[in-house]
Design a protein around this ligand. Sequence first.
Ligand code: URA
Length: 265
Amino acid sequence: MDSGLDYHTAKALLEWQVELGATEAILDAPVDRFALDPAPAKPAPAAAAPAVAPPAPVAEIDPVEEARKLAAAAPDLEALRTALSGFTHCDLRRGARNLVFADGVAGARVMIIGEAPGRDEDREGRPFVGRAGQLLDRMLAAIGLSRAPEQPSDGVYITNVLPWRPPQNRDPTPQEIAMMVPFMRRHVELAAPDIVVLMGNISCQAGLGQRGITRLRGHWTQAYGAPALPMFHPAYLLRKPHAKREAWADLLSLQARLRDGGQDG
Ligand code: URA
């Protein structure tokens, strides 16, 4: 069949569909569903219009307020996961295979907050399992921390601002981030870490309301009511290996803070 598309456009469209998870053909021939749509109903003549009152205006839902209510009502991490999975106002969930909630040791002294799941995380339903995640594991191991530690005291807890993968790994929009901040605040409250690590710009945008990781990294601050350390994202370090020097300095700063008790001051 001649689709009228050139080879490269057709291939890009096919790859896009595979990326979205449409990996199986269900029928032998394509179906044009727009052609199947019933014709739009003709408006009834004015004389036949029923004499009913116009419908009351539907109250606009504020997704951030809705997120606040749902998150605040969650008494524990499992309930928070359930609340997130029932949150319907963020369109990202529709394109994602899995909700990616968290990994590692809940209750650990360090909570790592990344950006959003990528393809591997979306498949597995766990944060930081792809190449960036493997680098993160090596970085943490260098200061004696792990998401699967032998001693619970060496554990870390890992999550992301966004629990759903954005299409094509695009940056989340400010609205998408704003809807997730109440969940993240509650997540930190319930996990109660001594320290949060904000990995990369999106995490700083959500936790500090600021971007500019090159300027922010390595400077201790407060986020979600806890001492917070912004750091370069491991995906950035994969692209810019020369920045590993600063990342190492930040890891040592994190280690020193943990030795000091992880509190302010
Ligand atoms: N990058 C992130 O920020 N989080 C992940 O889970 C994977 C990659």
